[in-house]
Design a protein around this ligand. Sequence first.
Ligand code: HEM
Length: 494
Amino acid sequence: MVENIAATVLLQHWFTVAVSVLLGVLIRLFIRYLMILNHVKALPSIPTLFFGFEPGLRTRLPHIPWISPVNRYTVYEPWKKYERARSDLIAFPSFLSPTSAPHLSHKPLHMQRYTGFDVFGKTLLSTQTGPEHKRHWSVVKRCFSDRQMASVWDAMRWSLDTFIEEEVNQGEDGVVVDEESVLLQIILPPVMQMVPLHKLQRFWRARKAFLEHLEQMYLDKRAELRAEGISFDVDKVEDQASKDLLGALVHSQLNVEQEARLQKGDEKVAGLTKSEIIGNMWLLIFAGHETSGHTLVFAVAYLALYPHWQESVYNEIINACGDEQPTYSDMHKLPLASAVCLETLRLRDIVSTIMKEAVTDVVVPYTSWDSKGNLSPRTHLVKKGSLFVVDSSATSLNPHAWGPQSMEFNPRRRLGSTPPFTSFSLGARQCLGKRFAEVEMTSFISGICRNFKILPVRAHEDESWEEMKARMIDSATEQNSFQPGKFSVRLQRR
Ligand code: HEM
């Protein structure tokens, strides 16, 4: 009865309630903004409005330059704002140095960029650094053992060959239209099912179908491991070789008794629950797919625009492998092919920003400079509990670390010693799939350069090289991650 009355009153005054909630949210954001302003006042940095809004909502909204200039800054000219501010605070490579990284290892987990990954179950990415992260990490890292890397190379090579057969040979004159189009983007929170819009309901159905598919993959793999007589006793898991990424995850399934102990907070329990396994399956598919895929699209664009680097990579392959196709065992002889991928990532950072929370007070170094370019080394005290963004896109372009030619595509710079590289993050929470990404990307680049010349396709006859570069490289947008624009290339068999 009381509930009924409350519900009726709420219904009658829904407009007042909605406006009050909205006002409350706006006031909270405003207070937060004032606090951020207060925190950074005296510092030569640019405070952004709505800190919490930044990594979550902004990337999903249309970019309107006169309201939110952030897209222009992060995507087109990541270094520009630091140049203007004459300070590289949050874009200084040593920010995540071995001395400061341990203190900056916590994650602001309330952010949508982390919680958004938990649609199918808890994932490694969204665990807080500490025992829970350690439990997930020790299972997921088994997916990346060295012996699996040869199959990663071969799988990528198979993918490339199939792609050439299906797309290029059937296409007109070797033209690959719209390099990027096949990437999946179905990450949306469950709340979308409530929205009565046809398009969003399709997203919900896709998510549901995908979950069913993941569950079936999980069950099939479990049955396969059982048929092979593999034990599911988590204490023996270390002794048994994992067959593949999925096998390594499924193998770590806890039994009922262990899961009950885990639920009661027993930190000694190793292994993952079924929902965590499915969550991490999704994480590996997403984290491993879009990141490397988009980097390769940019790498193809750079190679098409700078043919002399293609020739250098080709010569490296011929010197290392002769008439044979490059294999995983040749990878160490192909440093330039790997460097093409890393240099691409430096210039077109895919994750772009890394969110951190200080575990304790920590002093971080940075540099400021005057109008004549005279540098002053500085430090900034990050207070315990502060949230902040490491601007990875700008960090990798910082001329004070990477030299005056930091904006140029020059893979050879990656062959010497370089400043700390933040594109895979650094420290305890750095990318677990880094080696995986390097292997699959080098397999692709060496495979394609060995067999083809990559030629740019002009949009119209009079298009200049600069216009082409702007279209292929600078037309990227910020979506779930940094996403290349649409362009075509012609593959000419060598
Ligand atoms: C070019 C390719 C890639 C880039 C640039 C990249 C970048 C990153 C970055 C910056 C993080 C830290 C995110 C944060 O703390 O907010 C991360 C975490 C992670 N990445 Fe990658 N990644 C790539 C490829 C991959 C691949 C291929 C996999 C797996 C197949 C993978 C699996 C992971 C996992 C599991 C984490 C979470 C690690 C943890 O929280 O302890 N990544 N990656």
